[in-house]
Write a new protein. Structure first.
Length: 78
């Protein structure tokens, strides 16, 4: 079941919606159905949360002191 992020075109409310089957999302604030799907970063599943498993750090792409589980959001790599 995918989770999507939306912004309501009627009231501007931003929210996430877990889709079940063919269910359509609607704004929890105003009930609107005119929604814009937002771009979001996919979740990465790993077996641990160790900074040593950071792909940016392993590739030598990050020298930020707060990288990889310590505050880095990898935004500066995109």
């Amino acid at each position: 079941m995918p989770i999507y992020e939306y912004a309501c075109k009627s009231c501007g409310h931003e929210f996430e919606h877990l889709h079940r089957g063919e269910e359509r999302a609607e704004c929890p604030s105003c009930g609107g159905k005119r929604l814009a799907k937002k771009f979001s970063v996919p979740a990465a599943h790993s077996s641990g949360s160790s900074p040593a498993s950071c792909p940016a750090g392993d590739a030598g792409m990050c020298d930020a002191p707060s990288c990889c589980g310590r505050g880095c959001d990898l935004a500066h790599f995109q």
